[in-house]
Design a protein around this ligand. Sequence first.
Ligand code: NAP
Length: 543
Amino acid sequence: MTTASSPQSFDVVIVGAGFAGMYMQHRIQQRGLSVRLYEAGSGVGGTWYWNRYPGARVDVESVEYSYTFDAELEQEWSWSERYAAQPELMRYANHVADRFNLRPNMQFNTKVTSAVWEEASRRWQIKTSQGETVSAKYCVLATGFLSSGSIPDFDGLNDYQGNKYLTSRWPENGVDFTGQRVAVIGTGSSAVQAIPIIAQQVSQLYVFQRTPSYSIPLRNCPLDREYEKRVKAMYPEWRRRQREESRAGFIALNYEPAYSNEQSAFAVSAEERLKDYETRWESGGLCYYSSFNDLLTNQEANETLASFVREKTRQRVKDPAVAELLTSQDYPILTKRLCADTNYYETYNRDNVKLVSIKGSRIEKLTPKGLVVHGEEYEVDSIIFATGFDAVTGAVSNIEVRGVNGENLQDHWEGAPRAYLGLMSNGFPNLFFLDGPCANGALVSPMLLSEYQVEWVDRCLGFLGTAPEVTIDAKLDAENAWMTHMDEVGKHTLMHMANSWYMGANIPGKPRALLSYLGGLAAYREQCRAGEANGYQQFAVSR
Ligand code: NAP
């Protein structure tokens, strides 16, 4: 494909140097197109660049949470732990950036502030925080679905005079909490990972819990070299099974008998059900997502697992009153993201850790010295906000995106985001989303999902060819049909029963709507395949 690009004019602009954006850039470079990738951070790695809090590590096995597109990369890279920690994931991201020569076309410390479709040139006019305006035939938003960190608007937020930290914007050189009194607000995945480490440093830790999570042991360990050898010997077949046979994109080679259990929880005896739960408990990680196939659709089935996990949790906590607070979940398990921990519950057995429940209440205010709950002031040297993300739509909504006739993407998304196959929104030609809304980022290994989407976009660019004015736009009826399908699939699940980021329900004022497709990876791939196999009939292509 030929390109006719001046320095400020590119075939493709990509936003975000996470794993999705990096792979997209690699494919574009291979295609011989001109590309510029903008990244707000000073380096690659996306979510792993920003989430440097103590204890941050992946909870999908490292050998699965890695690129699948290059066999040599798979063979040459060696993970040190079953679940890699943030620094190792950063080394991997940097290795990939160097290995595929991505850096020359990346610009760091630069946010994209707006992307406006110009009908006359049939190109995107893109502005950045550095004051540049560039033009691109295609724009790819690889901004991530958990990248816009959120600190709630607490009363007195600016009055507090101590140190404030947000888990998803952690200082690059780390923080030494030795001897400090520290508050952690939140008990989601980030807090569950950070609390056990921070508790070892501080003189006193207060954890402010609004909703207890369900957490299961991660069972991290050094990566067994024999296991690694087995994996590497059968990578192509294993990857195929990840893509085509798994529900969520992971298989776990060591797991016997079948990792994905395709029966109802009530198709087996109570003993057999318990055996499945016990085996998964010992195996560790997120394996309950692959347990009985009605755990997310049948409340009674769900409760068999929820009560199992609650009982296991009680056994981990010495003080029954604290155990009660930690197990008072009032929503079905798996309807908020399951946490996978190392010594999280055991941390509450320490003398210097106090759990403060604010369930049904709230943090009343922050004061110059600390925070007030139930009329009591907790004086602390540092507050850690482990308060989550404006998920899925947050990062995109920070960019002013205007499509045909100047329509603002946020207006098009009023009430809920809309995107055919999670890839394109009607009225926004030549604009692609990766790991964005209406795809299945929530319950599928993000690595596999984004790789699949990148390859889909890449094939689409091949189909469109080199004509300078070619455009592609998702048809409105295709987008509507996809949203109906997404709702149909979603409404048969229990997801609406929790105030999760899956539902946009963790951010005050955000419309409550299912943000992800829950049909599983294989079904999603099938839908995408159909979307291109018929010659892109669900898209308006203009040449
Ligand atoms: P999160 O799961 O949304 O948890 C945020 C926590 O902050 C919740 O406990 C929430 O309570 C609390 N919170 C929010 N606003 C509050 C307020 N006004 N007052 C008191 N508490 C408040 O966020 P996260 O822990 O950062 O995790 C987000 C997602 O990132 C995870 O679900 C997961 O997908 C991903 N993640 C993955 C890993 C990993 O791979 N290992 C690690 C970290 C994160 P409520 O529950 O009551 O809202």
